[in-house]
Design a binder for this molecule. Sequence first.
Ligand code: URA
Length: 250
Amino acid sequence: MLRALRSYLNDLDKAGSGDVLLSDKALLNLKNLESITRSPSHAGEENGPASLEEIKQRLERVEGVPTLRDRMVFATGTPLSRLMFVGEAPGQEEEKQGEPFVGPAGKLLTRIIETMGMRRDEVYITNIVKFRPRVDGESQGTANRKPSPGEMRTFIPFLADEINVVKPELIIALGGTAMAGLLGIESSVSSARGTLHKFKDCPVIVTYHPSFLLRSGSNSDKRKLWEDMLFAMEHLKMPISEKQRNYFRS
Ligand code: URA
């Protein structure tokens, strides 16, 4: 894609077009491309992993967590993104498809990302725990549960490695479990919203988990989550239209 864009711009240059008019959407795409062309990643420094593939291979070998099921669900999206979403752990649908956030909560997350003006494959989506937590042995059907603090502690070093490779400019922690795992904050999501926190050097904001919104259905909760996304977009200096500013205002 970058090669095609470069050749297109070269052609325009040769044809003598000094200026190119871009729509808001094209500008937004270019802003996302900035992440692709930003200075090379320092992944691999301090003996950290050189790539997501390496982290994935290390995760395959994680042993001794019998409270989790066996199928790994790694991340999705692009490691070149400036924005990373972190959830808690895969559920039944994610385990079946081998991809995070593809069930009902995931569909809502995809809609949120699109409403922000991006595509799902333009951001990076991951979970703290990469295996579905076990409930009552093997045949747990649709039953899902939140990962325990101990399960999360096992996986935080892997997430820290992912963050070190992707180097997002912002992480959005989805829900109280991701917030507790990433930031060690045990209070309510409501009280931690609206502030820039830090995981190591990386800025983090906290918002409600999409599954909370599905349960709540309330317009005022939708607006609160949306205000958190506007906060994220402002932090990333993304263009925000008047229409976007006013979503879910009653
Ligand atoms: N909830 C999460 O926290 N992560 C998923 O991948 C799916 C649902």
